[in-house]
Design a protein around this ligand. Structure first.
Ligand code: ADP
Length: 246
């Protein structure tokens, strides 16, 4: 487990006797970006729920950064360990500017007024500027989040997660509903983020997965069906069958 950031071994989770996750093993290295694919019901969401502590596994090991046993921690403790999750639907503060959204996320537990009114220091501003540059939202810094495009809102939410400095970022279908140009930009953004952090992306859009150019894990019936390059996985007859044979 030493060089792994995320380590799942023999994980099982049943709902009413149905195994949503069935003896799942998955290892993500430090600094790796991994794409998770698989048909509806494969267990992708449940897997993310287990890693973030939203759901407790019935059996199996889940370790973070080598020796942190995530099965023993609650959601808040896991987030504090440096695991950030982005859900499909962006949740930004619509009435606040792009920059203030990031400032609020940086402030974390401070109250909204406290975060916006406290004396602005240079270190904080430079962190915000860095995030605005990464997410290419610099020109929108004073724009209310409500006025952003769907794609820009997704990038803002990713920026808000970056403000919390996660070591592992879990991202759920980031390009759903995006234009082709936004999808391309999202691939660039995630690749840039993955230079300094680990990223796990659940995604259905195969053009996007190809653009990421990373190792792919295909889940099916709660366990790993196939793993490797996208070319390897998409040529795997078992993968072809679960995608086409339905
Ligand atoms: P995916 O995200 O790959 O579509 P999910 O993890 O959402 O798959 O679901 C895997 C299976 O587990 C599905 O059959 C789903 O109906 C079932 N499942 C997930 N969560 C629950 C729950 N809370 N209660 C009952 N069944 C669930």
């Amino acid at each position: 487990r030493r060089d792994t950031l995320l380590y799942l071994n023999g994980v099982t989770k049943s709902f009413d006797g149905f195994k949503a996750i069935n003896n799942l093993s998955l290892v993500v290295a430090k600094g790796e970006m991994r794409a998770i694919i698989g048909p509806n019901g494969a267990g992708k969401t449940t897997m993310m729920d287990i890693v973030t502590g939203k759901t407790r596994p019935d059996e199996g090991e889940v370790y973070f950064a080598g020796d942190v046993d995530l099965t023993q921690e609650d959601e808040a403790a896991i987030a504090n360990r440096g695991i950030g999750r982005k859900f499909q639907k962006p949740t930004v503060f619509e009435g606040h500017s792009v920059e203030d959204n990031i400032r609020l996320s940086l402030a974390g537990s401070r109250s909204i007024f406290g975060a916006l009114l406290h004396r602005k220091d240079a270190a904080e501003q430079s962190k915000i500027d860095g995030i605005l540059a990464t997410t290419r939202l610099g020109e929108k810094r004073r724009t209310p989040a409500a006025d952003l495009s769907h794609g820009q809102k997704q990038w803002l939410e990713i920026g808000m997660l970056l403000a919390q400095d996660p070591e592992l970022l879990l991202v759920d279908e980031p390009v759903a509903g995006m234009t082709d140009a936004e999808t391309e930009e999202t691939a660039r953004l995630l690749k840039e983020i993955a230079r300094t952090r680990s990223v796990v992306v659940v995604e259905h859009d195969m053009h996007f997965v190809r653009a990421l150019g990373v190792k792919v894990t295909c889940l099916h019936e709660g366990s790993v069906l196939s793993e490797g390059s996208l070319d390897h996985v998409s040529a795997d007859p078992r993968v072809v069958e679960v995608y086409l044979g339905r």
